[in-house]
Design a protein around this ligand. Structure first.
Ligand code: BG6
Length: 300
């Protein structure tokens, strides 16, 4: 279990911008600049370490969604463990912090009958956060510290706060920049198609994985999170310094799913939209001694 001391505020003194980060999951909980809160956290979110935080920027690793074999909780173990604070800084340019999770310190979320639970693999994860008045950057670094190569998926499950509770108003809340991506719709389960939508809006439950066209690596997406509250997201990934394609998940639980989530208010689907960049496309394998990185820059 964690305590309130586990929530650290990182303030950029020069601009007044600030972030909050929870050691449980190294989950970023807040980014404020001016009077604006960019990140959504449910009023029912558990912050005591009993479950992953419903909101903020949970870190998804080593699997996205349910496991393909054996058991492991959905979205893996990174968001279900307490990370170690490494250091923080506050300079003229920006303020930030780093957290680390060594595999030997993983206590929860391993499941069983899988290669992680059987200790075939070893890794060290480092989460970095950097903010100033105009942007927040979050990053997940994955080091293979073992002797076996492991396959993985990784994702920054970012919950955006939608100004004016306008998530269902198509003129005010939409996501652009994913036209030309191949979309797998987890709600309709329709065959994958190439998206021609200039703007993705919420008209019902949205749970879609957008994979980039071949040759596109970084994701450049605009999230219109209510009137006057748009952000520009740029996300990149590398494997041993070679660029990886970045997918984007767009998620809003809508009415029925919201009711089924014990740590999410019945009406909060009006107030949030998740846009989650990740390393999901292709089967990516990290060799011993190698490092992969997933980074997102959110510009206000
Ligand atoms: C999204 C998935 O990334 O996360 C959805 O695409 C899932 O299928 C959602 O419902 C929330 O997941 P969880 O495990 O935090 O409830």
């Amino acid at each position: 279990m964690s305590s309130n001391d586990d929530i650290r505020t990182i303030t950029h003194t020069a601009s007044g911008a600030a972030c909050k980060i929870h050691a449980f999951g190294a989950t970023v909980l807040s980014y404020t600049t001016g009077n604006r809160e960019v990140i959504f956290v449910s009023k029912l979110a558990k912050l005591d370490g009993s479950k992953p935080v419903r909101g903020g920027v949970p870190l998804v690793f080593p699997i996205f969604g349910p496991p393909k074999s054996g058991t492991m909780p959905q979205h893996g173990f990174a968001r279900r463990n307490r990370w170690t604070f490494l250091d923080s800084y506050d300079t003229k340019e920006s303020a930030g912090a780093r957290y680390e999770l060594k595999f030997c310190d993983v206590k929860d979320g391993l499941g069983d009958s899988n290669d992680w639970a059987n200790e075939k693999y070893d890794c060290t994860l480092v989460c970095t956060l950097d903010c100033n008045a105009s942007q927040v950057t979050t990053s997940l670094e994955i080091q293979n510290t073992g002797s076996a190569a492991f396959p993985f998926q990784a994702l920054l499950h970012t919950y955006y706060s939608v100004a004016g509770k306008a998530a269902l108003q198509p003129g005010k809340c939409f996501v652009s920049g994913l036209a030309g991506y191949t979309v797998a719709d987890k709600v309709t389960k329709a065959a994958e198609t190439v998206s021609d939508a200039e703007a993705i809006t919420i008209t019902g439950e949205v749970d879609r994985v957008y994979d980039p066209p071949n040759g596109t690596t970084s994701a450049n997406v605009r999230i219109h999170a209510g009137e006057g509250a748009s952000v520009e997201l740029t996300a990149t990934g590398t494997l041993d310094d070679v660029a990886l394609p970045i997918s984007c998940v767009v998620w809003n639980p809508f009415i029925e799913k919201a009711k089924g989530l014990s740590d999410f208010g019945d009406e909060e689907y009006f107030e949030m939209i998740c846009v989650e960049p990740g390393i999901l496309k292709d089967s990516v394998v990290l060799d011993p001694g190698k490092t992969a990185r997933l980074t997102q820059h959110i510009k206000v």
